[in-house]
Write a protein that binds this ligand. Structure first.
Ligand code: MF3
Ligand code: CO
Length: 248
């Protein structure tokens, strides 16, 4: 499938999807405290997304059973909300998607629960900043590989690892469109970025080695070494100038 170019009108629709997630993030962030369950976050998310006239993109996607992903501590991505209670010192990555007007938005954030360790704080900050290092190259005329190369350089300089088994993606009428967007260096330059491409850029960063495995539930990806991981994602529009972030 070719990389789709979105018109202004498409981008306005995607902004609506993205801004629902921005507001949902503000709501969920306030709920995160010791004692609450990840299922509680999922319920709030589903209700809020539907209250906005949108649908949760993830629900039913390849059989995924919930509206958001809640990945705690060594869980990297695709953690399934459950009756697990968050406790002081945990870190939680929340990944959310909304579908409205024929288009999707996708974003993820990692938060600490109460007081967290200095290293986890650094992990969360480096993951977020790596996204901003990457999008310095999210401009018309750059090549796709520059984004992942910048993310990897920043993450590794800070002593952390970049997950290889999961990558970012184009987004639009489908949640996952071409191109795949690795958060690490590639051999070729990759496609040239053009105005109107919309990309979900999402570094997944580990405190130890970057190897992951999927648990028996078929979804939850955890680090092989059991160390913590963080995730940060936005839906980004390529323009001739600075990228536009639809989920901030
Ligand atoms: N944001 C994730 C992604 O881009 C979430 C997908 S979860 C799923 O792949 F359940 F929908 F698969
Ligand atoms: Co995504």
């Amino acid at each position: 499938m070719a990389i789709t170019i979105k018109s202004e009108e498409h981008i306005e629709k995607m902004r609506v999807a993205g801004q629902i997630l921005k507001r949902l993030d503000e709501i969920l962030r306030r709920e995160i405290k010791p004692g609450i369950t990840t299922a509680h976050l999922d319920k709030i998310a589903e209700e809020y997304i539907r209250s906005q006239g949108a649908e949760p993109s993830f629900k039913g996607y390849s059989g995924y059973p919930a509206s958001i992903c809640t990945s705690v501590n060594d869980e990297v991505v695709h953690g399934i909300p459950s009756n697990r209670k968050l406790k002081e010192g945990d870190i939680i990555s929340i990944d959310m998607g909304s579908y409205i007007g024929g288009f999707h938005g996708d974003c993820a954030r990692t938060y600490g629960v109460g007081e967290i360790s200095e290293n986890d704080q650094k992990l969360i900050e480096v993951t977020k900043q790596s996204f901003f290092e990457g999008i310095k190259f999210a401009k018309a005329g750059c090549h796709l590989h520059e984004i992942g190369a910048a993310i990897q350089k920043y993450v590794e300089e800070n002593g952390f690892g970049v997950v290889r088994d999961y990558v970012g993606h184009g987004i639009g009428r489908h949640m996952h469109e071409d191109p795949a967007i690795p958060n690490y260096r590639q051999i070729g330059r990759g496609p040239k970025l053009l105005k109107g491409m919309v990309l979900a850029i999402e570094p997944m960063v580990t405190a130890g080695t970057y190897d992951v495995k999927v648990l028996d539930d078929g979804w939850t990806a955890v680090t092989l070494d059991g160390k913590n991981a963080a995730h940060y994602e936005n839906t980004v529009v390529i323009t001739d100038g600075e990228p536009m972030i639809l989920t901030l």
